[in-house]
Design a protein. Structure first.
Lengths: 290, 290, 290
């Protein structure tokens, strides 16, 4: 038997941003070792300085464990910050926290980037079934999180734009964002989407393969749940080994050059020109809020 | 000038299963070295213990020759077992013989898996034009065979399901099944199809790219023949070299780690849990028959 | 501010063929170092011996510079041969010059092939935005040129066929043609298209992803210009780095084995059987003209 629990809704307390992320975890009763099914579903409003997200938690010390068994602890850590869901609708995840990339020192950037890598490694190779229930905007790092899931359900609302729009901010999606996108929508569509920083509205997102299903806004959660039921019907060990076989080569590419990727990020983000454009962008966001 | 011959319809005599496979070979008169055009089209009914197939022949000693010239001998060996076609309609190929994977010893499993590898290597890199005329169910190993062809024509019948449904049996499609599928329908669709063990009905099979054409059941053979005529119009040496260029990297991946792949299969299939679930599956099939 | 200039229309004077290529370059005022935006648009009629093209220019000595900064000089060299545009409608580019591959010596073939490689390397990894405005036939090497662009607009005219039809001439598209095509339309579609030497009419070209947009013939240029404006709105350094990230692995594959690829071409094209079939093809073209 399966029941559903809200194990995680959390408030981004730091930097006083009202962002909340909601995660639904589905437990199989009697399952002791892992929580094998997991729906990502965040509701948070984007605000100035508001590129905070889901990812912030990663900056805390991670328990020393293999990525393959990290998912349950990820869910566990999420439960540290529970709150009623749905209080900040409009955004699935605003992605990486720009304030972490702006006006800090190289050591800070390196630590932050390592945490971002860690989140991706854990989600992309998670043994859990991950279903993204996307009922808000889903740009940049938020899009990446959804792309690590096994299935994406998007609300049919023109505000629900999804895409890796890094170039629009003057920054670059790293190669493992690229790999994740290419795996999802193919090389040509990824080439165009990444260069133009495209944010796809629902119909286009579906057509290009960025999401698997578009449904009316009030059916996103129920659709995600019924999709999950389908994935849960598969013998778990066979599904996990198959998922691993599909994704391990992509993960290995990052593992082979993780430090180089960090150095690359740090030296890029430390450039004066990049810092300037990020600051201008954050200013603009603050003025919007003000 | 070209004429058509039924060079191969065969009965699976071993294990007293009524499965028959029909192959149409198209000979160019005067061509001595190879039979360059080949349509795969099997008609066999699935029965209990009935995961026998096309592949059984591979368990016989193979003549010492390069895979690239193996296709004619493959066709040759098929002619050893001729019978009138069409006497066992309903299944294109039921795929691998589960009885070969159940209750045997490791040496047996190793020998069987090597033969399965051999069949794939020969078909996937065959210099022949291979057209799959699929007028029956096409699961697992049967789907793999069809994916090695140059073109797939599927009957528009809801019983004609096609897909790599290994996970449903609790087993795993090996990496070269994965590669063959990814080459055909892309990474994302393969990831979903393999994890869920999807068997696509005709319309979905066409949409996802698992087959190239869906036609009424009585036009499968004639369509396959006219498709073949199109492929035959291409200068043969250029077509063969181009096919080789497209497929060789995928084949090389297996050749580099053939023994490791065998060991991997043997240790997986020898697990108590896997043996148990295969036995239960075979029991179920027998009861269906009985 | 941006303005448009015809910086390049050129006549293929050598071998007295009436082929003309038109290129539109878009300059950002004040930009000193590079011409960052570039539309490929050739208007030339195909004639006997007329597989001359755009590529001929490459046979001149190239200035000693990295491919990454070669584009401005490519544009520069184009300006050496200006002429009014549009005087030879009907062909985007007829591709490689078959007369360069026929009846010459190995050293000549090697030099020619190196130049073809060079053109591809420069175009495919160009920092410029390249938009192909295709209002004529676009076979073989012409198709390759269009595939190096960032976006392809095709005229909705049944004469505007596009594809890598090398096998039809009995020759083989090299592996980097294959890679470029696979990157654009995926592995399966490329496998079929390359083996059959398919030339796609507009609707099919759009469906398979060979081009990005099909528009009425008289809107090709204006559409290309407005697409370019979209690409120009992206911060240039981010776009360039992203483009490089997408394409560098493909380029590196050729760079690693450039000499082997030349030797491979020379030995293939020097075969008696290949020379014979090219000569017959050229004869046929001459008779058509005569």
């Amino acid at each position: 038997m399966v029941h559903t629990q809200h194990v995680c809704t959390r408030k981004m307390e730091s930097r006083s941003t009202p962002c909340t992320a909601t995660c639904f975890c589905h437990l199989i009763e009697g399952c002791r070792v892992t929580i094998p099914y997991f729906i990502l579903s965040t509701h948070c409003s984007q605000t100035a300085g508001g590129h905070q997200s889901w990812l912030e938690h990663q900056r805390r010390p991670l328990p020393p464990q293999a990525p393959s068994c990290g998912s349950s602890s990820l869910a566990q850590r999420c439960t540290d910050h529970t709150r009623a869901p749905g209080d900040c609708p409009g955004v699935f995840s605003a992605g990486l926290d720009l304030t972490e990339m702006c006006g800090r020192n190289p050591a800070h950037y390196a630590e932050y980037w390592k945490a971002v890598q860690e989140l991706w490694l854990r989600l992309y190779l998670s043994n859990l079934v991950l279903i993204a229930a996307i009922s808000g905007a889903c740009p940049a790092g938020g899009c990446l999180i959804s792309l690590t899931c096994d299935y994406r359900v998007l609300a049919d609302n023109p505000k629900c734009l999804i895409g890796l729009n890094e170039t629009l901010l003057g920054i670059i999606a790293p190669f493992w964002f690229r790999d994740t996108l290419v795996n999802t929508i193919g090389h040509r569509a990824a080439e165009r989407a990444l260069q133009l920083g495209l944010l796809f509205p629902p119909a286009e997102a579906l057509q290009v393969g960025m999401v698997d299903q578009v449904v009316p806004e009030d059916q996103v959660q129920s659709t995600a749940l019924s999709v999950m039921a389908q994935w849960m019907a598969i013998p778990d060990h066979a599904r996990q080994l198959t998922k691993n076989m599909m994704r391990k080569p992509t993960v290995d590419r990052l593992l082979k050059q993780r430090d180089a990727d960090i150095q690359n990020f740090v030296s890029f983000i430390s450039r004066d020109s990049i810092q300037k454009s990020l600051q201008m962008y954050l200013e603009k966001l603050k003025q919007k809020k003000g």
